[in-house]
Design a protein around this ligand. Structure first.
Ligand SMILES: [Ca+2]
Length: 355
């Protein structure tokens, strides 16, 4: 079998689309508590194919040529790095089991648990002054940052199981369906490592190449990570301030409205459901809902022309309907899944309720 048979499909997701997916699939692959730093997600008894046969393929020649010609990397050094990369055949198999495809009632249990609630309460308590500064700077509430921290790495308790270079390179080599996406992220990663003054083996990541506690893909790291503690480095692995500042900055750049709601539950009768429950892609002005007699406390004081959608899920024998607002969409820029943003909203609500 030749390594490159299928043509790469076009990139449809945003740069961090794999963030929540990474953890969700991690949870599927290795249920139970995360053994910190044990590399639990790394298969032990797995025969790794050699990179030599891949490096002669046109896709790698082209990638190396781009890195040399457009970005000034040294060819011999690049080829050495690629030869030293470990191919991980398990990675494409994880991609083919996206947790986001699960029904919401099942999906949410991967992220919302008494332990996550407890960790979140401690996180908010211990980091309050810093999170207040983040909120003052970006408009993103501490509880929203905490919700994303909880989903992505359970507040730093899920440790990355791979070397980022191995993960990104394995996805590029072994997962043709997303090759264009991972080619771009691999290049971004090489640039990131050069900017950070290190070789490509320095950073660990999820199986999808998502970095640090915010689980940023390399392009998102370069574009949105911030040095919030002012020590001159963007340390999204161990500086709580840089992590929270970077998550909030990502949301701010993607249109966050300070104080705005994420979503509001509404009761719809059957004709209303048929008319409005059409998924996140179908948008209409809020006044169409209110004009049809649909109300929620969150609507008070909102612009009647605010662009909204209605999404729904099945919850123990009944359908629940939610009107989603601008800030819900900002979270969907963090991870394109409606399920992901619904979990973020649930955790955010819970953390808000604590104070
Ligand atoms: Ca810093």
């Amino acid at each position: 079998m030749t390594p490159f048979r299928s043509r790469a499909t076009r990139l449809r997701r945003t740069a961090v689309a794999f963030s929540g997916l990474a953890l969700a699939a991690w949870a599927l692959a290795a249920p139970g508590p995360a053994p910190a730093g044990s590399g639990a997600a790394t298969p032990a008894a797995e025969s790794a194919p050699s990179m030599d046969r891949y490096l002669v393929e046109p896709e790698y020649r082209d990638l190396v040529a781009t890195l040399v010609k457009e970005h000034g990397f040294d060819r011999a050094q690049l080829e050495g790095w690629f030869r030293d990369a470990k191919l991980i055949p398990r990675i494409p198999k994880i991609f083919d089991r996206p947790a986001e495809a699960k029904p919401y009632a099942e999906y949410r249990t991967l992220f919302i648990s008494p332990k996550v609630r407890r960790l979140g309460a401690s996180y908010l308590k211990e980091n309050r002054p810093m999170l207040d500064r983040v909120e003052a700077d970006t408009g993103v509430a501490a509880t929203t940052v905490a919700a994303i921290m909880g989903i992505e790495t359970k507040f730093g308790n899920v440790k990355p199981g791979y070397r980022a270079f191995d993960a990104l390179n394995s996805a590029f080599a072994l997962y043709p369906r997303r090759r264009a996406f991972f080619r771009k992220e691999l290049i971004e990663y090489m640039l990131l490592c050069r900017e950070e003054g290190t070789d490509p083996f320095a950073f660990n990541s999820s199986y999808a190449g998502a970095l640090g506690m915010p689980q940023f893909m390399p392009s998102s790291f370069r574009a949105y990570a911030v040095d919030f503690d002012g020590d001159g480095r963007r340390d999204i692995w161990s500086s709580q301030a840089d992590v929270a500042g970077s998550i909030a900055n990502y949301l701010k750049v993607h249109g966050w409205e300070p104080g705005g709601p994420l979503r509001a539950e509404v009761l719809l009768n059957e004709p209303q459901a048929r008319r409005f429950d059409r998924g996140h892609k179908v948008r209409f002005p809020l006044r169409r809902l209110t004009g049809a007699g649909i109300q929620a406390p969150a609507f008070l004081g909102m612009d009647p022309d605010a662009s909204v959608s209605v999404v729904s899920y099945e919850d123990t024998g009944r359908t629940r309907y939610f009107v989603i607002f601008n800030n819900f969409r900002a979270i969907m820029r963090y991870n394109t899944s409606v399920n992901y943003a619904l979990v973020a909203a649930e955790l955010d609500d819970y953390f808000r309720g604590l104070s």
